[in-house]
Write a protein that binds this ligand. Structure first.
Ligand SMILES: Cc1cc2nc3c(=O)[nH]c(=O)nc-3n(C[C@H](O)[C@H](O)[C@H](O)COP(=O)(O)OP(=O)(O)OC[C@H]3O[C@@H](n4cnc5c(N)ncnc54)[C@H](O)[C@@H]3O)c2cc1C
Ligand code: FES
Length: 271
């Protein structure tokens, strides 16, 4: 289980109509968290809602980071969707917030330097968990596919640009980039990736997006790790409220918070 600790809110600002960037000073978690891991955040001090909420860490700066004022800070990029995230929008500078982390297994990084292409496919807030991975890989061969319903749901593209990645954007209403889903966009560009080679693909997004990816890609060509967004009770393996079915006959049900959230996409079974 991760560490139960607290952090101090440095800033909590709206970056798009439904999206907020929360900066917290929390050195113990900022020092340890790896790409794909998450934290459980207490969103209210009056037990409404009672359960903590899971969030990926968008950026984190350990204590030895060169820029002194960022040391020990971590960022959560969140979408206001319900009562917990609504409460988070009221977090104020200087407020103490309780959290548990780092949790989950995180992404397995490909051998470095990687001779194959790295492909990231993120739908909605799913792209948040892929950014630290891109930062850590820092290779010139990263292809990033970012999708959202409208242009207001396209996140992190400016930060990916700074990493010199090749960026492709899709919106379902066509207000920015390709008109359609991010999976459609990725499939339209698939010929960029040689069929007789294997490429590392990392995905995070809604279940529909991941199902579609699973249905359409050849796993001999794309080694695909997917981070699942399940509803969670405890976040550290105790309640079994987050299980997902897998094709592993020894452990057909696995906990997204403990054995995941990152799984090999080909092992996930959706009924
Ligand atoms: C490992 C992990 C990492 C995550 N990282 C981020 C992140 O970086 N940024 C971010 O904005 N969100 C992230 N989420 C999703 C986030 O946890 C939920 O949006 C949040 O818990 C909703 O809380 P709420 O009280 O506002 O919504 P509720 O009032 O509980 O629910 C409102 C609506 O959102 C849906 N919902 C709630 N939780 C989830 C969930 N986990 N997955 C899918 N749908 C859900 C409900 O079905 C309902 O329709 C992550 C989830 C997981 C499991
Ligand atoms: S949320 Fe409790 S076991 Fe996963």
């Amino acid at each position: 289980m991760g560490l139960q600790t607290s952090g101090i809110v440095i800033e909590n600002r709206r970056i798009k109509p439904l999206y907020f960037l929360l900066e917290i000073h929390c050195p113990p978690i900022a020092a340890k968290i790896r790409p794909g891991q998450f934290v459980m955040l207490e969103v209210s001090d009056n037990y409404h809602p009672f359960l903590r909420r899971p969030f990926s860490v968008y950026r984190s700066f350990p204590n030895h980071y060169s820029e002194k004022k960022k040391r020990g800070h971590l960022f959560i990029l969140y979408k206001k969707v319900g009562k917990g995230t609504q409460k988070m929008t009221k977090f104020e500078e200087g407020q103490r917030v309780d959290m548990i982390g780092p949790l989950g297994n995180g992404f397995t990084l490909p051998p470095f330097p990687s001779s194959t292409n790295i492909i990231l496919v993120g739908g909605g807030v799913g792209i948040v968990s892929l950014y630290p991975l891109a930062e850590e890989l820092a290779t010139g061969k990263i292809f990033v596919f970012i999708g959202g319903k409208t242009r207001n749901d396209i996140l992190c593209s400016a930060d990916f640009k700074k990493l010199d990645s090749n960026i492709f954007i899709a919106t379902e209403d066509g207000s920015l980039g390709f008109k359609g889903t991010v999976t459609d966009l990725f499939l339209s560009q698939k010929k960029k990736f040689k069929r007789n080679e294997s490429h590392h693909l990392f995905a995070c997004g809604p279940v529909g997006m991941l199902k579609e990816l699973k249905r359409t890609i050849r796993f001999e060509q794309f080694i695909c790790q997917a981070s699942l967004e399940s509803r969670m009770g405890c976040g550290f393996g105790a309640c079994w409220g987050c299980v997902v079915k897998t094709s592993d006959p020894r452990t057909p049900y696995q906990r997204v918070c403990k054995e995941g959230p990152v799984f090999n996409l080909k092992d996930i079974v959706w009924e």
